[in-house]
Design a protein around this ligand. Structure first.
Ligand code: SAH
Length: 217
């Protein structure tokens, strides 16, 4: 699966994908994560990428020309890729969406906004506008990492046990995973629930069902 991320700060994102499961996914060639530096598509000798908003209001917006050029470049690499725009205006990102993209393995082009945002005309080449929650971050880099991470860990072969993603939180967008324990069986006077040490799988399953609490919000 190919993920291309359009950003002004590639280094912020790159290091994240050089460790742990994300490294493993790339190393095993299950996923590729490539940065496209928006600055390379900047205008003039100063490589300008931003400008003031029409109508006033302060702050700067990403200009349309570099954004369109960067998407065009990414599409040349992967013509069928879906374009996702990171924006608080977007639809909330959910586990079910991560699952869908991990199943289809469609290529993705993720656009990170910065400053006050971007010129709205970019949405004409965007397939989905996505928000990672009702709060505002400084840029789309953290949202892009969240989207990519949540998809990549679901690709077959990335996680240790193939079932580990099946039983975890939000598989149905609602239920959260049951509490888990590891050795030692007793720590600082706190005991692991007896049922988990019982070896009785029927009872263990029942306990796990009971303790899978519902989404709070
Ligand atoms: N002025 C904008 C916020 C700009 S924040 C507003 O009030 O809506 C700068 C960029 O960070 C955004 O363009 C977007 O790409 C990214 N961003 C910030 N918060 C986000 C969120 N909750 N979900 C997805 N992207 C977000």
């Amino acid at each position: 699966m190919k993920i291309q991320i359009i950003t002004l700060f590639p280094e912020m994102i790159e290091s994240y994908f050089e460790h742990s499961m994300m490294f493993k996914a790339r190393d095993k060639q299950l996923a590729s994560v490539e940065m496209i530096n928006l600055r390379d598509f900047g205008i003039g000798s100063r490589k300008t990428v931003d400008d003031e908003p029409y109508g006033g209001g302060g702050g700067m917006l990403l200009k349309p020309e570099p954004l369109f050029a960067a998407v065009k470049y990414a599409k040349k690499n992967d013509p069928d890729a879906k374009v996702l725009l990171m924006t608080p205006r977007g639809f909330p990102w959910k586990q079910s969406k991560a699952k869908k993209y991990a199943e289809t393995k469609e290529g993705l082009i993720i656009i990170c906004g910065r400053y006050e945002g971007y010129d709205e005309r970019i949405v004409s080449v965007v397939d989905e506008q996505i928000s990672i929650g009702n709060y505002v971050l400084t840029g789309g880099e953290i949202p892009a990492m969240i989207i990519a991470d949540s998809i990549i860990r679901l690709l077959p072969g990335v996680l240790g046990g193939e079932t580990s993603a099946e039983v975890e939180s939000f598989s149905d967008d609602k239920t959260v995973e049951y509490p888990q324990y590891t050795r030692p069986a007793e720590f600082k006077d706190m005991k692991v629930p007896d049922v988990l040490l019982s070896g009785n799988h029927g009872e263990i399953d029942e306990w796990r069902r009971r303790t899978s609490r519902r989404e709070k919000w």
